[in-house]
Ligand binder design. Sequence first.
Ligand code: PLP
Length: 399
Amino acid sequence: MDFIDLKSQYLASRELINARIQAVLDHGQYIMGPEVAELERRLEAWTGARHCITVSSGTEALVIALMALGIQPGDEVITTPFSFIATAEAVLLVGARPVFVDVEAVTGNIDARLIAERVTPRTRAILPVSLYGQPADMDSINALAERHGLAVIEDAAQSFGAAYRGRNSCHLSTIGCTSFFPSKPLGCYGDGGALFTDDKALARAMREIRVHGQSRRYVHTRLGVGGRMDTLQCAIVLAKLERFEWELEQRRRAAADYDALLRHQLPALAVRPDRSSAYAQYTVLVDEGERERIRAELDAAGIPTAVHYPLPIHQQPAYAHLAPGESYPVAEALSRTVLSLPMGPFLDRAGVEQVVQALLQACGPGRAMAQAAPGSSADAGPGAAAHPCAAPAILASSS
Ligand SMILES: *Cc1c(COP(=O)(O)O)cnc(C)c1O
């Protein structure tokens, strides 16, 4: 079993992908070829955003978004400590300071209720992450940002395809940033990413920054980067878009299977009823101190797992000086207990059953899958924490 089965995905779209790659080789416009604009128009239509600008990675998308907003040394950007490092890294790369806010135990996303108390006169933007594929509470975040005159950048690297109250991820705030890293919900075969906005001036700035701040050939109007996405990678995303709706459905079906089989057995991070997840990850909570043993047992059973993320950003060696003495207890607890299970459009019901059986076995001998009660993925209630492997303390702190 693969953690994310990219091989089956390629085989299912092989003709389309190969033809798209061949077309680029035939026309030879490897940089800013026609597939770049074609993909941008397709992604605008998909998300509903007025402007899409493809870039060389999700990390570069974040950097370019911050640069386009004019965020600079002395500025503060409020974000989550429970994310991939790139979120805070981008803030530091433009010379600004990430200010952390703890996350909700139920979703792992930034706790919107705690943001206001961290706003200062230096705050310029809020940078929530749509963790594991699910957007944060964007209406509350946008409303708070509007009151304080702040921009909101959605780090949607894991959530292309998700929705929040009828709007698509990447089109939920001032700027949305996504990644086409191969294992993300919509991946290419290398590095790639995209920026989304409805703001014409910001779109123009981001388009210029992507190409060395160039407004016309060899006229550099502003500071920029070398941040273009290759034509070949755009062609691959175009091919993969053909099956993307189907893939999202399959990911959601696999998640619903997990939900049903794990209910009353093991707590999992939940998707709130007013939004949907792109299910970059399906993540359960296991007992503190048991995770490495459980992972080893699953590994021996041929089931790969992952931990996103074992150390929160404010405790990373290169970042700890940013938050001296600060503690974010929910992020810290999650980092010790989260375990991501195999996920993807090609994970069938039998595969989910195999994972769950091995997982429950590893968590508590004698627990059989037959004890799992059926349930639905629609509500936000993860499995009640009756299982010895459960981590009820974290869930209880969520209210
Ligand atoms: C993957 C990821 C990124 C970075 O994307 P790259 O394309 O790998 O640069 C940023 N933020 C989050 C939350 C991610 O998961």
